[in-house]
Design a protein. Structure first.
Length: 323
């Protein structure tokens, strides 16, 4: 496999170019993802390991090994002939007392591990259902807020439907989990890009197939979804489902005076600022080769979401039945 290069770039005041001053080489088999950015350090999740990389100077400061257990690897070989899926790809991270927690695919059986400060091996292993994806190629953004971990994952190995979920990782089982409804249109065919906080809300950026009324030749449309951080779930058979989930279309377009509107509907990434959220988009038109960045006011996002609710007095009210 071709090696993967990680470059440290520094921006100088009078130069617009990003100069790669040093490099680190990884194998593409490591399947690296960015878990956390400390500023001068970044934490990368990979195959059977976590890398704490210093940016200046560029080097691997620490490497934490955590491979799939023998039992889970054996069980994995009964489910698939693709043996690389039986490795442990680290995909989720959050800080904990005296250390940190990471969660990985762990041979198609999502599992979490608690590392204490100064130790290279995990101190505690626990189930990670809903906290990490089952397969390494699934893009599953995460956010740790308060005592809860928010993720966008498939609920089980046999499912391809990604759900927006919330769980207290300190509690075993799934009794306290909240999620979007299964088999419904809330996140049908969704591909999640980013989860971020917005005061007492959690926002989910994703794309999905368009509805019949907004098709117009679009293959996918960008969405922003919202749930309340203090949502306690519904009642009866809906006790594990969000009562505050609502979504809105996320448009990024250039409108010409005498030309058709050019839509950039392929959401690639999202960056959260203090007052604005920035989305990077591509156009689906073949050969166009264009991209755009659109900014969205945090306050406007909250106002737009609140417009879909019956009770306007609450800080983060429940959704109408017809949103």
């Amino acid at each position: 496999m071709e090696p993967l290069l990680v470059c440290a770039c520094f921006l100088f005041k009078f130069e617009s170019a990003c100069l790669a001053t040093s490099r680190l080489r990884f194998s593409t088999d490591d399947s690296l993802v960015l878990l956390h950015n400390y500023g001068l350090h970044v934490l990368l999740g990979g195959r059977n390991a976590v890398f704490n990389v210093s940016v200046a100077p560029l080097h691997v400061a620490h490497r934490y090994e955590w491979a799939t257990s023998n039992h889970d690897r054996l069980e994995c070989t009964k489910k698939t002939t693709s043996l690389h899926l039986c490795d442990n790809y680290i995909r989720t991270f959050y800080l904990a007392q005296r250390g940190f927690v990471v969660c990985g695919t762990h041979g198609l059986n999502p599992t979490c591990a608690n590392f204490l400060e100064g130790e290279r091996s995990p101190r505690r292993i626990f189930a990670g259902d809903g906290l990490a994806p089952h397969a390494p190629d699934v893009i599953a953004p995460f956010l740790f807020s308060g005592r809860y971990l928010y993720t966008a994952n498939a609920p089980d190995y046999s499912s391809t439907e990604l759900l927006l979920m919330r769980k207290d990782p300190l509690k075993s089982g799934t009794a306290d989990m909240l999620r979007t409804g299964r088999g419904e249109s809330q996140t049908d065919g969704a591909q999640f890009v980013k989860l971020t906080e917005n005061k007492n809300e959690v926002l989910a950026f994703f794309s999905e197939p368009p509805s019949e009324s907004e098709g117009c030749g679009l293959r996918r449309v960008a969405r922003i979804g919202r749930v309340c951080r203090d949502d306690t779930g519904g009642t009866g058979k809906h006790q594990h489902e969000w009562t505050s989930f609502v979504k809105s279309r996320l448009d990024c377009a250039i409108e010409g005076k005498d030309q058709d509107t050019l839509y950039f509907n392929q959401l690639a990434s999202v960056t959260a600022g203090a007052h604005f959220l920035y989305g990077a988009f591509r156009s689906q038109l073949a050969g166009l080769g264009s991209s755009a960045i659109c900014a969205y006011s945090r306050a406007t996002v909250s106002q737009t979401m609140a417009g879909a609710f019956r009770n306007k007095k609450a800080n983060c009210p429940r959704a109408n039945d017809t949103y």
